[in-house]
Design a protein around this ligand. Sequence first.
Ligand SMILES: Cc1cc2nc3c(=O)[nH]c(=O)nc-3n(C[C@H](O)[C@H](O)[C@H](O)COP(=O)(O)OP(=O)(O)OC[C@H]3O[C@@H](n4cnc5c(N)ncnc54)[C@H](O)[C@@H]3O)c2cc1C
Length: 319
Amino acid sequence: MKFADDVFITRILKKNGKVIGALGIDFKKKGSVVFQSKCIILAGGGYSRVYSVSSSRDFENYGEGVALAYDAGAELADMEMVQFHPSGMVWPKKAIGILATEAIRGEGGMLFNVNNDRFLELYDPERMELGPRDEVARAIYNEIASGRGTKHGGVWLDVTHLPRERVLKRLPKMHQQFKELAGVDITKERMEVAPTAHYSMGGVKTDLLFFTKGEPTEQIWYYDLSDIKVTKKKPLTLDKFDEFFRLLPERADSERSWTETIEQIKAKNYDLKAVNPNRKEVKDERTPAEVLDIIEAKGKEVAEAIARLRELIGNQRAP
Ligand SMILES: Cc1cc2nc3c(=O)[nH]c(=O)nc-3n(C[C@H](O)[C@H](O)[C@H](O)COP(=O)(O)OP(=O)(O)OC[C@H]3O[C@@H](n4cnc5c(N)ncnc54)[C@H](O)[C@@H]3O)c2cc1C
């Protein structure tokens, strides 16, 4: 098996309803690359980075693999099933979402809301902080959403009651992480944490097979994209390439390689219809004035809801 590093796959290529390969961008060669194949094994990871707060690094898990399959006509399932890890950092900005490992709670870490209530007593008095991820995450979320969160929108995770040596021995990475990222010494100060999107349980429905009857080949075609800049920093903003991807399946069988600029392709006036026949084209035929009316009405609804909530919270606070 050959490995192609530094290649970002941007489209699964199909012909006559069958998958015939994939198209990608070779960041080293600064051009696109076509792989012809009998079948494709998709292993592009999850999509938890679609949430603004996620435990994934900021360059991964945007669901590119899932999107590739969807565009090729695959069905997706259970996309809403995303697991939230109970404890991600909430500040500073660069650290938002980074995990505070569950080992902290395993070691005896306790969770408190801003009123210093050990709130899990209300939610899961038997297991307390050692309950399953979803329940602890939901309890934390509920505390924050109910106005009992800390100033950075989290709750307190506390190991300051443990001997310093034990924290340093058992949680050295967390000690280092909080010190370096937030300037917090977790042996003396509490950590501020909140749930963070962690694990994608939905994805591509796997009863669909993408096989072609063609012979396997290892040919790789390079395409000279001389008028397109490939930015390494923002690999996801390659919209300009889209036109190429739609065209390639038609040509992949007949020609080994070719060179064309975007202008030349545009001049040929190809039919650039969406690859996925199930994708719904949404046409917004409302006038700007109508849209404004809707926004105004929604704004009013929200204001009323907030006022009502304030009233309710006020009532609860009253002795
Ligand atoms: C912070 C964190 C901690 C975790 N801790 C644990 C743990 O302790 N134990 C555990 O079991 N699991 C853990 N997980 C979950 C585990 O990491 C994932 O379940 C696992 O990595 C998923 O494997 P995968 O091969 O499906 O996807 P990934 O490991 O995400 O691999 C996908 C690969 O596809 C590549 N890719 C994506 N799109 C394209 C494209 N278009 N073209 C080319 N390449 C592409 C990506 O660069 C990546 O290399 C953790 C996850 C996170 C975020």
